[in-house]
Design a protein around this ligand. Structure first.
Ligand SMILES: [Zn+2]
Length: 374
């Protein structure tokens, strides 16, 4: 993984590059960010840069001996510790190093996947992953060896918040008396669950969520999504690329067209058309019904924001922007809250297994009233 493979996050990339170029590499760093964020990807790109034999100003070279191995995650000085559990193929002594092959495949497929996907990937069924007590011995052994090839021996610990207390204590000892030329890159989603004595010994790198525009760019690059679909998914993914990838395969219809058509019928009180639409709504299936209503709620928030100040909206595809502009003229202080509440109520009822046709028709009648009164 190179920095160029990660969309956005220029500020963090520059900070990491500078730390290497100015020789201020802290021996323990904590990449903190939410699931589906760039924290693991940035740690991988950083490690690749550190061990690159031909560093460029803005990235690793990508072609030297070290980069080639780093890109396949097979560099002998690049080590991983991650939560694991016993599985059918590893029925005892479940340690990170017994899952290395799976881990490489998993991360190379996408470094934005979460713990659930990892547990599924190794066939953990319903078991919880943990960085066990036994893992700590492994960790001590690992760092006692000299670096084979690279300038640094690097240990990435994924989700250190899942460390057994004994493993956490072993790590703490290593951080207190750091072995020479060894770097610990902790990739965490919950720093508050780590020992304060560990966090205080690390340099924290806060990794923000991806923006809607970055999510769109990712979907267009990785899944070849069209702009409307990418925008639709970005509205729902909340900056989480893992969620975005899943939504891309789940979402089966064009929410934007459906929503605009719905609002048009509500506004003009065409209830015959609303009834027809309720059949199509029913046919979406429950997950898609919920996704659609969340999407509608998000787009509606944009409409409200636009009414307050158009510059608050950073980006909208042209068709959506046109709709938002027109629709915002129908929104007043009085009906904005009612309409938003109606959409979230509809979502609430669908989540609790209410009859989708009834929810849809009922919401339509309410919203038609609010739109006219507006
Ligand atoms: Zn290189």
């Amino acid at each position: 993984m190179q920095f160029a493979d990660i969309i956005g996050h220029q500020e963090t990339k520059e900070m990491l590059l500078k730390s290497v170029q100015q020789n201020h590499v802290a021996h323990a760093q904590l990449f903190l960010g939410q699931e589906g964020g760039a924290n693991l990807a940035l740690a991988l790109a950083y490690a690749t840069y550190l061990n690159c034999e031909n560093r460029q100003p803005a990235d690793s070279c990508g072609t030297c001996g070290s980069c080639t191995k780093m890109n396949k995650l097979v560099h002998p000085d690049f080590n991983f510790v991650m939560p694991v559990t016993t599985t059918k193929s590893v029925s005892k002594d479940a340690l990170s190093n017994r899952f290395l092959q799976e881990w490489r495949e998993f991360i190379l497929a996408s470094p934005y996947q979460g713990l659930n996907e990892w547990m599924q990937y190794i066939g953990a069924e319903n078991k919880q992953g943990i960085i066990s007590k036994e893992e700590s011995r492994q960790l001590v052994k690992l760092v006692s060896l000299k670096a084979f090839e690279g300038a640094y021996k690097i240990v990435v610990i994924w989700l250190p918040e899942l460390m057994h207390p004994s493993a956490a204590n072993a790590l703490l000892k290593l951080l207190e008396e750091p072995p020479a030329q060894t770097l610990f890159l902790l990739v965490s989603q919950a720093a508050e669950k780590l020992l304060a004595t560990i966090t205080s010994r690390t340099q924290m790198i806060r990794v923000r969520n991806f923006t809607e525009q970055e999510v769109m760019e990712y979907l267009q690059q990785k899944f070849n999504s069209g702009q409307t679909t990418a925008y639709q998914v970005a509205q729902l993914a909340e900056g989480n690329l893992n969620a975005a990838a899943k939504l891309t395969s789940e979402i089966s219809s064009d929410y934007f067209s459906f929503f605009t058509e719905w609002m048009r019928h509500c506004y003009s009180h065409k209830f015959g058309e609303v009834i027809d639409m309720s059949d199509r709504f029913q046919a979406l299936g429950r997950e898609n019904q919920k996704n659609f209503l969340l999407y509608a709620l998000n787009l509606f928030r944009k409409v409200m924001l636009f009414g307050v100040d158009g510059s608050l909206i950073s980006f909208l595809p042209p068709a959506e922007l046109d709709f938002v502009q027109k629709f915002s003229k129908l929104i007043t202080e009085a009906n904005a809250g009612q309409l938003a509440e109606e959409l979230s109520q509809a979502h609430y009822h669908i989540e609790r297994n209410a009859n989708p046709k009834m929810v849809f028709v009922d919401s339509s009648i309410q919203m038609a009233g609010y739109l006219r009164k507006g």
